[in-house]
Ligand binder design. Structure first.
Ligand SMILES: Cc1ncc(C[n+]2csc(CCOP(=O)(O)OP(=O)(O)O)c2C)c(N)n1
Ligand SMILES: [Mg+2]
Length: 304
């Protein structure tokens, strides 16, 4: 960062480099697009990104145009883990070092259809970073529920009369169970924490998994201007704790919820939860409290 720029932006703590350009086609307030912008700020230009079918297949722009200043490989929905492994093997065969290979997939492409390829790639401990930007439904095809959709949320396939009756799948625990070197959660409302985790992932050899909470105004029925606030409320309500896990065992909570708030304060800004009753909110609060207590125990080295 130049001296002059520092003078104008004394509190700017993020890398200045921009590898996502204006002109992309994300919706206003898209958490997934800001996630990519920050991720590339952290990882830098020597990065290759593998993108399966998801909103990001569209956001990047139609071939031959691209809003990303790094190579992108668009691939089939279920194949991100296999393609990232293949690209790493190809780079190795060519003797090319110093390149970060990133799998960049949505929650549907990660929690559901891509989990087999992902599990295979991380079990082989291939050297790549898998980043799931989680907007908690299949947004690109019109807001269908995925296994990342929260308990009782509205989607077009879980309408108000039949809201989702299953809890969100714990993908981070599934990844940690593979005993990979690094697993972490992050979100754009805490950009320094997110960038630190991505840089740390980049410095470690082997398989790394990063789970990003990424608000989606059309899918969450929220205001575009509330996206950043929602990520902060998600952390403060403990709905989406920020933590990291090394070697599948060592848990570290990186941002303590401050101030602590009830889940209702996170949910009331989102139309997808508008139908919830007091009883529903109580059930969700209990589930969140239980998950948080388990995480704290693990971070203190007591839990399993
Ligand atoms: C095998 C296959 N099934 C279905 C689709 C249609 N499809 C394209 S994107 C998408 C939704 C992706 O959801 P997610 O991974 O959560 O990403 P998001 O759209 O939310 O960013 C679906 C179902 C496809 N491209 N390929
Ligand atoms: Mg999604």
């Amino acid at each position: 960062m130049s001296e002059q720029k520092l003078q104008h932006r004394p509190n700017y703590t993020l890398p200045e480099e921009e590898l996502l350009y204006p002109g992309h086609v994300a919706c206003p307030g898209c958490g997934g697009s800001l996630s990519m912008r920050y991720a590339l700020k952290a990882l830098g230009k020597d990065t290759m990104v593998v993108i399966p079918a998801c909103c990001w297949s569209i956001i990047a722009g139609p071939f031959p145009y691209s809003s990303l200043d790094v190579p992108i490989y668009h691939t089939a929905f279920e194949t991100t883990g296999a393609v990232t492994s293949g690209i790493r093997a190809g780079l190795q065969a060519l003797g090319k070092e110093g390149i970060t290979v990133v799998g960049w997939a949505g929650d549907g492409g990660t929690f559901d259809i891509g989990i087999q390829a992902l599990s295979g790639a991380v079990e082989r401990n291939d050297d790549f970073i898998y980043i799931c930007y989680d907007n908690e439904a299949y947004m690109n095809t019109g807001i269908q529920r995925s296994s990342a959709t929260p308990y009782l949320a509205w989607t077009t396939t879980t309408p108000v009369a039949h809201p989702k009756d299953k809890p969100k799948k714990d993908i981070v625990a599934i990844m940690a169970a593979h005993r990979i070197p690094y697993t972490a959660t992050a979100t754009v409302g805490y950009p320094e924490d997110m960038i630190r985790k991505l840089k740390k992932a980049q410095s470690i050899r082997g398989a790394k998994f990063i789970h990003l909470l990424s608000p989606c105004p059309p899918g969450w029925k929220s205001e575009a201007a509330d996206s950043i606030r929602l990520t902060r409320l998600a952390v403060q309500s403990k709905v989406f704790p920020l933590y990291e896990i090394e070697n599948g065992r060592d848990y570290n909570i990186t941002v303590w919820p401050e101030p602590e708030i009830p889940v209702r304060d996170y949910m009331r800004l989102q139309g997808r939860f508008r139908h919830l009753t007091e009883e529903h909110l109580q059930l969700i609060q209990e589930e969140v409290d239980e998950n948080w207590a388990r995480l704290v125990e693990r971070a203190e080295g007591k839990g399993v």
